[in-house]
Write a protein that binds this ligand. Structure first.
Ligand SMILES: [Zn+2]
Length: 149
């Protein structure tokens, strides 16, 4: 099943990356999105290491919400370096017979098995281990504190 894609190596966030995460704290995200859960995980310290794919997702998120904060030239350069589209992974079509596929999950921060429905990639099968909606709601209620600390 596994075709030697190997374990993507997780490395601790650098100071520059931490400063970029801090910028994300100023942004408001649409509720219940992968972008938001990913940002919250980084901001509340649950995620301290990222793989290359995780860095690409961070750059994608930072770029997507760039109007909500001002990045330093150094931060902008980091985003440019890492903002390599990964949505391709999400839009890939699978055969109708495919029921599972390996794809990057920004919430698990690694490659995971995902369900495939009607040839399209659907949810991560490790969803049960994702942060619970109740907790996310609690975070959202405290968003003022958390995101402006
Ligand atoms: Zn996941």
């Amino acid at each position: 099943m596994k075709k030697g894609e190997g374990m993507p190596e997780l490395t601790p966030l650098t100071d520059l990356e931490k400063s970029i995460v801090k910028q994300l704290g100023k942004a408001r995200f649409p509720p219940a999105t992968a972008s938001k859960r990913f940002a919250v995980g980084l901001l509340n310290g649950n995620v301290t290491k990222l793989s290359d794919k995780g860095r690409r997702f961070l750059a994608y998120v930072v770029h997507r919400f760039r109007r909500q904060y001002t990045l330093s030239p150094q931060q902008q350069e980091w985003v440019r370096e890492w903002n390599i589209p990964i949505e391709g992974d999400m839009k890939k079509h699978y055969t109708k017979r495919t029921v599972e596929a390996s794809a990057y999950c920004p919430i698990c921060n690694k490659m995971t098995q995902h369900a495939v429905l009607g040839g399209l990639l659907a949810g991560c099968l490790h969803m049960a281990e994702h942060p619970q909606p109740e907790r996310e709601k609690a975070v959202e209620d405290k968003q003022g504190d958390l995101f402006n600390a």
